[in-house]
Design a protein around this ligand. Structure first.
Ligand code: G3P
Ligand code: CA
Length: 300
């Protein structure tokens, strides 16, 4: 994962290029080049983030999905955490267990042992009848179990949802620390993302070296101004955009402010190729194998 500093290096190069183009092209003054005037680098290095694991192939947010993501060449696994009634951290996307298990109820109203009795795989078998593997009996994992499942090289993109108690952040950070995952490593092994800027600002205060990603809601993408990006750059390293709202110019504008830019959630190869041509830094996908293949095409 590059840092802000890394982005600033090649961002500077773009500005020099823009300046040379401006002078040669007769613009006369060093105004920012329009988007089409500067070719963005194609990004074979675009990072591969497996959204809720390889969730296109296995039930989301379960150990089989996370392990499969690893085998399919993901650089990172993305996951969401919720707190159980007895204060444990469970890895599950929704607030409730209704959609992805055979149980009912809000995670916060269930104990870990109640969660562990639920089947988090059969729903996937039922919705993917052509799959040859059965995931019946897969369980909701704890954060700790997911961290351990990825071995010593695992890299984790952890989303902290809006509206969770503040204590959840601290509990996530304490868990990461216990597992030696706070950023002493190179390459680093953790990034934290959230739609809630307050969560990220608090983490920046307590853990200034941790990579933070400000997720941008679908509805807000078009309204992100330059001052808005600059404010984000004060506390975060990257922004995460909905892929359908991402324009080529968004990538240029984010880079100009020293921010990396990620796209979520991209499942079609054609779209992956387009975003890579535009220079996106990371793609979050349910199909890390497809992104691996697209990246390989570019190395041939
Ligand atoms: O990486 C962004 C993505 O995880 C945010 O959306 O709803 O899948 O958590 P969601
Ligand atoms: Ca998420």
């Amino acid at each position: 994962m590059k840092t802000n500093g890394g982005n600033r290096g090649w961002k500077g190069l773009l500005w020099i290029t823009a300046a040379v183009v401006a002078v040669k092209g007769g613009w006369g003054v060093l105004t920012p080049a329009p988007a089409e005037a500067v070719a963005l680098p194609s990004s074979p290095a675009t990072e591969n983030i497996a959204h809720r694991g390889a969730s296109g192939h296995a039930p989301e947010s379960t150990l089989p999905a996370f392990r499969l993501a690893n085998r399919m060449g993901a650089d990172w696994i993305e996951l969401d955490v919720h707190q159980t009634r007895d204060g444990e951290l469970a890895v599950i996307h929704d607030k409730s267990v209704n959609r992805t298990t055979n149980g009912q109820g809000a995670v916060k109203n269930l104990t870990l042992s109640q969660l562990k009795r639920l089947d988090a795989g059969s729903w996937f078998d039922a919705t993917h009848p052509k799959q040859t593997v059965s995931y019946r009996g897969a369980r909701i994992p704890t954060l700790e179990e997911v961290l351990l499942s990825q071995g010593k090289q695992g890299r984790f993109c952890i989303e902290i949802k809006e509206g969770l108690p503040v204590g959840v952040e601290k509990q996530v950070l304490d868990t990461l620390k216990r597992h030696g995952l706070l950023p002493r490593h190179q390459p680093e092994r953790v990034m934290i993302q959230s739609f809630d800027p307050h969560v990220l600002k608090r983490i920046r205060q307590s853990h200034p070296r941790l990579t933070l990603v400000q997720l941008i809601h679908f509805r807000e993408a078009g309204s992100l101004s330059r001052p808005g990006l600059q404010q984000i750059a004060d506390y975060a390293d990257a922004i995460g955009y909905h892929q359908r709202r991402m324009e080529r110019d968004d990538i240029r504008r984010a880079h100009r402010e020293g921010l990396r830019i990620h796209a979520y959630t991209v499942n079609r190869k054609k779209k992956m190729r387009q975003l890579m041509d535009w220079g996106v830094d990371a793609i979050c996908t349910n199909f890390p194998d497809r992104l691996r293949d697209v990246k390989r095409e570019r190395h041939r």
